[in-house]
Design a protein around this ligand. Structure first.
Ligand code: ADP
Length: 688
């Protein structure tokens, strides 16, 4: 294959030009040619940097080959220049070569031309290569100089960082543990002079008994300890020159100092921090202990107050059922209302204590939202009616029936807003509106609003109403009663549900309290245990159920007996757990009601014995009566083998609901008891 050659030929003779081309072709070149014969033409041609060679006739009429050589040397790139001559003398040839011509070829010996061209081109390529190499070398040298400068600067910076670091730093030999260098802070903090330190090992900084641990820590952390893992290696103890022992946390990294394998370590004195942390832990334990004591105290007070309150409310309820004069009826009603208020305050205090102790947990389950709202509104309807207030409830169509959440707590918040509305509205209306906005396919935000036309609250004090024990006007408290806890509890519950609560109000123009919570909508619209709405009941058991009751308080015995009789049951009352077990083994009962705390044998132990007596035979429902209302009581009753529990003071309607749930309608054909009576059995209950 022919070698391509881009050639500028300075030649006035066409015939000579042809000869040159023929010779080059013969010598293996395929030439692209530009022929020029004046200086101007040569200059113009050489502006193109792709020419590889200038061949120049020595004897030109218009300018000499030496001038042509100068022109070609002025060209921007190095184009080799070869003289062709028929007549050049030796002197002129030497002069031309000195001036930079690459060779001189006699026209009489044109056969030399191809090898000359080949060599000259190779030389030119070689020169270009050398030039490139020189350029690269220069660039490399410049870069090396720059890097060296940067390295020196960064070394300086690191040394500065090391020296001026406010934490003590030390570099030591990883093999011999000899200290190689320390920073200023190390010297001033540890009390040794720099020369002293440089004769010591890192182990001599610690206590003798820690030396072995130091060696194993070095082996266990071959790459050092990152600052983020400080303390992961535990706190070390270092000893100052004056004997003071300090606790240190160490971060370290490997480092070469010349050919020594070293480690640089930052030693942070954590003595004070550890002391504070230890103190905090003690303080926290004391606080937890105090909080537990407070909770236990509250639980006890609650229990102690609830038991007599059961008597007060129960007896008042029974008394109201007897033939009283209207004056006596009014007094007894007041006794009952006051008792109920006292229980409500007790519940509020317990709730707040639970919330503040972080013990309040939501009980998440599917619940009937619409029923919860309606029942809560119904529970204040009588109070509203007594004050001649109109109570309207508007539930948007978009509000789902079944939701997932803590329905009981949601009802509690609504009841609080409603009771306040009734309490603080002398005349006019109370309007409840419920709306829902879908937040996702399965979730909606339920907003419940209670608007009233009552006394209102001044703007400045409105927000404070959500703080515990805060009321707008102390003189009002005397007038309206209340503890100032309701809204605080409502806000805590709504917060726990991840929702929002707020209010707008104007003195004399009424208030609008609202809360919004996000609730999940279950796939099904059905509830596992539909909750029958019971207000009054007409129980239709096939015969009066026989109910064994164990209760130690004589007053509460009467309350329980009468309450059961009012429900159509036949009660058998005994005074403690021991008697209950004896009665159970002697007779047959449709249900057992056990007080949890009794002398001799408490409700839990009595349940265990009753379950043992039953062995595999029919399981009798056992319902606990408990004045404890703390979380976990229900679970404790179930764990003891009971089926359900009813809180004290025992409301008649609650008792009825429990009896209906556990005692089947057709008493003598019961296949098995001990299971809640399902929805179809609730047909004997007539809502009123
Ligand atoms: P309580 O009602 O037991 O005093 P709350 O925390 O429920 O406690 O309410 C705090 C105070 O907020 C009330 O004492 C009353 O001053 C004010 N308040 C609450 N609801 C209303 C309302 N609907 N209208 C006017 N004032 C209200």
């Amino acid at each position: 294959m022919k070698r391509l050659l881009k050639l500028v030929l300075v030649e006035d003779s066409h015939a000579d030009a042809e000869l040159v081309l023929a010779e080059l072709s013969h010598g293996g070149f395929e030439t692209t040619l530009e022929r020029v014969d004046t200086e101007a033409e040569l200059r113009a041609a050489l502006e193109d940097p792709t020419w590889e060679l200038v061949l120049c006739d020595h004897g030109l009429p218009s300018f000499s080959s030496m001038e042509a050589l100068r022109v070609s040397q002025e060209a921007p790139n190095d184009v080799p220049f070869v003289i062709l001559s028929g007549t050049i003398g030796e002197e002129a040839a030497v002069e031309a070569l000195r001036a930079g011509a690459r060779d001189v070829v006699l026209k009489t010996n044109l056969a030399r031309l191809p090898p000359v061209v080949e060599r000259v081109l190779a030389d030119a390529e070689n020169r270009r290569h050398q030039a490139r190499l020189a350029l690269e070398r220069d660039a490399l040298e410049a870069r090396t100089i720059k890097l060296n400068e940067e390295l020196r600067a960064s070394e300086l910076q690191y040394r500065l960082l090391f020296e001026s670091n406010p934490q003590p730093m030390v570099v030591y030999d990883r093999n011999t543990l000899e200290i190689v260098t320390v920073n200023e802070q190390f010297v001033s903090e540890y009390g040794y002079s720099r020369p002293e330190l440089l004769t010591m090992t890192i182990a001599q900084l610690g206590r003798k008994e820690d030396a072995a641990a130091l060696v194993s820590s070095l082996a266990a952390n071959p790459a050092g300890i990152k600052p983020s893992a400080m303390g992961a290696d535990g706190s070390w103890r270092h000893v100052y020159k004056d004997g003071t022992v300090i606790e240190v946390e160490i971060a370290s990294a490997n480092l070469m100092m010349g050919d020594r394998h070293c480690r640089i370590a930052l030693c942070q004195n954590v003595t004070e921090r550890n002391r504070v942390v230890a103190q905090l832990a003690i303080a926290r334990d004391e606080a937890v202990e105090a909080s537990n004591l407070k909770s236990a105290f509250l639980a006890n007070v609650s229990h102690e107050v609830r038991t007599p309150m059961n008597g007060v409310i129960g007896m008042a309820e029974l008394l109201l059922d007897t033939g009283l004069t209207s004056e006596q009826h009014a007094y007894a009603s007041q006794v009952m209302r006051s008792g109920e208020q006292m229980v409500a305050i007790l519940n509020d205090i317990l709730d707040l204590s639970k919330i503040q102790g972080g013990h309040l947990e939501l009980d998440i389950d599917d619940f009937d939202l619409r029923a919860t709202i309606s029942e809560t509104c119904a529970s204040v309807a009588a109070q509203a009616k007594a004050k001649d207030l109109a109570l309207s409830v508007d539930i948007e169509d978009a509000v789902p029936r079944v939701c997932r959440g803590d329905g009981r707590r949601l009802g509690q918040v609504l009841l609080n807003l409603l009771s306040n509305a009734v309490k603080f509205t002398p005349e006019g209306v109370i309007a409840v509106s419920v709306s829902a906005t879908a937040t996702s396919a399965k979730h909606s935000t339920i907003r419940i609003e209670v608007a009233d036309s009552g006394i209102g609250i001044a703007a400045g004090v409105l927000e404070r109403m959500f703080e515990p024990f805060t009321q707008a006007d102390v003189s009002m408290t005397r007038h309206y009663g209340g503890s100032g806890l309701g809204l605080a509890i409502a806000r805590e519950i709504v917060d726990l549900m991840g929702g929002e609560i707020g209010a707008e109000s104007e003195p004399g123009a009424g208030s609008r309290f609202w809360f919004a919570v996000e609730l999940a909508t279950p796939d099904t619209d059905e509830l596992a245990f539909p909750h029958p709405a019971i207000t009054t009941v007409d129980v239709a058991w096939s015969r009066p159920p026989l109910v064994l009751v164990a209760e130690d308080s004589p007053v509460n015995q009467i309350v329980a007996k009468r309450a059961l009789e009012r429900c159509g049951c036949q009660p058998h009352v005994v005074a403690d757990g021991r008697q209950a077990v004896a009665a159970f083994s002697a007779g047959t009962y449709d249900a057992v009601l056990l007080d949890c705390q009794m002398p001799e044998l408490d409700g839990y132990a009595a349940t265990a014995e009753i379950r043992a007596i039953e062995a595999d035979s029919r399981r009798t429902p056992i319902i606990a009566m408990t004045a404890h209302t703390l979380d976990g009581d229900h679970e404790r009753c179930i764990a003891a083998g009971m089926d359900d529990h009813i809180g004290k003071p025992m409301r008649h309607s609650d008792l009825v609901a429990k009896l209906i749930r556990w005692i089947p309608e057709d008493l003598d054909q019961q296949p098995e008891t001990g299971r809640p009576v399902d929805a179809s059995a609730a047909g004997s209950v007539h809502g009123g």
